[in-house]
Design a protein around this ligand. Structure first.
Ligand SMILES: Cc1ncc(C[n+]2csc(CCOP(=O)(O)OP(=O)(O)O)c2C)c(N)n1
Ligand SMILES: [Mg+2]
Length: 333
């Protein structure tokens, strides 16, 4: 059993509380018309934070879907800034500022998974000791990309961890309409890799599973599929009304299993957390998200910025298009 230390568990709660506070703040900013669509993090915090804490940000890559970035504080404050830039549609939001090992958000379901396998396989070829952890949802597991990525990872023994965040919903589609398999973890059998299902509200369980998968990947044994079962406590996004389809009694039961409340009461009982700490963490999180929003809002935008960060170097054709675009913009001023 590999358990996080007291210090790590306390830091995990800081990251979880910060993520929820910032997610709620972003919800309000969207409602005020200040930022774009928001996919709330509520209910996902333990899984994302514990996974990030089982990784080494100096070597391991995280490949997100779209709900994770606020909970990746362990990967540095740049992740929050990128997330705000991405949210408001600034082209710099698609950039990965070195040395941050977090890929940009991915909205097109499961397309991040072949990227994650390619990244992991490339690292093996370059004798890079890191691993790649890719997040995806229960809904994304129905995409062809998931099966292609899983199959290739199995054959190549790529050092990749597929972390399926099973929050019971894909917008309004419940899991029983998503798959007839007994679990999402069971799908690992088709790839010839281990599949593990864990309680996604329990930081110890997620930490241990990711830690084990990382050790396995680093010793050359290849990929693992982890299913973290939890419950989406908020709306799918700011464009959704879950009261139209989420059974109220299911949501009430899930709220009694709120991952933040669980860890908070454990740490309070151990004398590692109190109300003053809670409010300090919340106000620091609000300051950070407001500063990131301000920075994103005021970041200068070059007329040809939409061509940046797509390829490392412009091809001759792209260079010509860039010049033509700049000339056209100049001419219209
Ligand atoms: C290829 C593709 N098909 C459909 C959509 C529309 N869509 C956006 S989010 C979503 C549900 C995804 O559910 P899941 O993977 O379980 O993630 P969750 O939102 O529950 O975290 C769908 C169908 C999309 N973004 N991409
Ligand atoms: Mg889902």
């Amino acid at each position: 059993m590999t358990r996080p230390s007291d210090g790590q568990r306390r830091q995990m709660l800081v990251d979880m509380v910060s993520a929820r506070t910032q997610s709620q703040r972003m919800w309000n900013l969207q409602r005020q018309g200040q930022i774009g669509t928001v996919a709330p993090i509520d209910g996902h915090e333990a899984t994302i934070v514990a996974a990030a804490h089982a990784l080494d940000p100096a070597h391991d890559w995280v490949v997100p879907q779209y709900r994770e970035p606020l909970a990746l504080r362990r990967y540095g404050p740049e992740v929050l800034e990128q997330f705000l830039l991405y949210n408001i549609g600034h082209p710099a939001g698609g950039h990965i500022p070195a040395p941050i090992r977090v890929l940009p958000n991915q909205i097109s379901l499961a397309t991040q998974l072949p990227h994650a396998v390619g990244l992991a396989w490339g690292m093996t070829l370059q004798d890079d000791p890191g691993v790649v952890l890719a997040f995806f949802g229960d809904g994304s597991s129905s995409q062809g990309d998931f099966y292609e990525a899983g199959n290739l990872a199995g054959v190549l023994k790529a050092p990749v961890i597929f972390l399926c965040v099973n929050n019971q919903w894909a917008i309004s589609t419940p899991v029983h309409l998503q798959t007839a398999a007994e679990s999402f973890a069971a799908k690992a059998a088709a790839f010839g890799i281990p599949g593990v299902k864990v309680d996604g509200n329990d930081v110890d369980a997620v930490y241990e599973a990711v830690h084990g998968a990382r050790e396995r990947a680093r010793s050359g044994l290849g990929a693992t599929l982890i299913e973290a079962a939890l419950y989406r406590l908020g709306a799918h996004t700011t464009a959704d009304d879950p009261t139209r389809y989420v059974p109220a009694e299911d949501l009430a039961a899930a709220r009694r299993n709120d991952p933040i409340a669980i860890l908070r009461s454990r740490l309070e009982a151990e004398g590692l957390w109190d109300a003053a700490t809670q409010s300090e963490v919340e106000s620091a999180a609000l300051t950070a998200v407001d500063a990131a929003h301000e920075r994103a809002r005021t970041m200068p935008l070059a007329p040809d910025a939409l061509l940046d960060h797509c390829v490392s170097e412009d091809s001759p054709r792209l260079a010509r298009q860039r010049l033509a675009l700049l000339a056209e913009v100049e001419g219209t001023r």
